[in-house]
Design a protein around this ligand. Structure first.
Ligand code: B12
Length: 248
């Protein structure tokens, strides 16, 4: 029994070390059972479906490795149009980190798949990364909301982390006040108003032209920054984030 526990701890440590070496800023583990015991959440944008349970992606799921990547500069908030879709340079490092973790586990004989379709925000809170903030983003005490998330599902049993239970927002509502289109109320977002979603779906271009010019500056015909106002307003992570120097 003790030997098994030591092995679990060793494997968990190795996976975490590897993810950090591959560039992750935060790494945590959530038990697949714990995640699956919570109700599904409705994804009201593009997908229009409930989030998946871990067992739907992998019947033998035991652990979910949650990965966080610190986006320390506004330039990592670019969205670049490619044909009918979009490329997000700030998210690309997570693909490499995810693949590295998957390869490592597969070489050891475990199953490992990217946890597409799960609620990453819920996973991040369960992995101890931070709280679900009033801007509806996960806020980490060090990086603030400036983290991007991914997750790997595996049949390897790993040692789970403790969930994050502190409330970092308390009575602060700066993000709600900062949203230029009034898309936020505490802990809720109106996806039909948020400039990021409206722009990426290609809806409301004419109606929002001036808002896009001010809050989603374009650099080329294809590339624009996603609106940053609800993240900038957050007092966490601000001192280690560099902002656009252009005057808009
Ligand atoms: C759809 C989507 C959008 C939509 C809708 C936004 C939304 N509803 O969150 C649009 C296009 C508008 C959008 C915008 C952005 N998004 Co987005 N988006 C997603 C996506 C694909 C699904 C989220 C979703 O709709 N889930 C369904 C909702 C209902 O559930 P949930 O968000 O998971 O949260 C529930 C639980 O967390 C639970 N909960 C847990 N604790 C608590 C505590 C309290 C008090 C409460 C009330 C609830 C609660 O309740 C929530 C509601 O049921 C995720 C990726 C993913 N797979 O999760 C990224 C994701 C949430 N987006 C992300 C980001 C960064 C952004 C943007 C900043 C754009 C950008 N630069 O990338 C903006 C920010 C806008 C904002 N303030 O939220 C990150 C969030 C990182 C973080 N720090 O939290 C994610 C995780 C992508 C990623 N891979 O990193 N996004």
């Amino acid at each position: 029994m003790v030997k098994n526990e030591n092995l679990l701890e060793k494997l968990t440590m190795e996976v975490k070390q590897l993810a950090f070496q591959a560039g992750a800023s935060l790494v945590g583990v959530v038990s697949a059972d714990v995640y699956d015991s919570l109700p599904k959440v409705w994804i009201s944008w593009k997908v229009q479906d409930y989030s998946k349970k871990a067992v739907e992606l992998m019947a033998e799921s035991k652990s979910i490795i949650v990965l966080g990547y610190h986006v320390w500069d506004d330039m990592l908030e670019l969205a670049v149009r490619k044909g009918e879709g979009w490329v997000y340079p700030g998210y690309s490092p997570l693909e490499v980190i995810t693949r590295t973790v998957e390869n490592f586990l597969e070489k050891l004989g475990f199953k490992a798949v990217s946890a597409q379709g799960l609620s990453y925000k819920r996973l991040a809170q369960l992995a101890g990364f931070g709280c679900y903030g009033k801007n509806t983003l996960i806020i980490n005490p060090v990086f603030g909301p400036w983290i991007r998330l991914a997750a790997v599902l595996t049949d390897a049993k790993l040692v789970a982390d403790e969930p994050f239970t502190r409330d970092l927002c308390v009575d602060c509502e700066e993000c709600v006040k900062a949203c230029p289109v009034g898309a936020l109320s505490p802990y809720k977002i109106d996806v039909n108003k948020c400039l990021v979603g409206v722009r990426l779906l290609g809806k409301g271009e004419t109606k929002n032209d001036e808002m896009f010019r001010l809050y989603e500056p374009a650099f080329t015909e294809n590339a624009h920054l996603m609106c940053l106002e609800c993240q900038k307003a957050c007092r966490y992570g601000r001192s280690i984030h560099s902002s656009l120097k252009l005057r808009l």
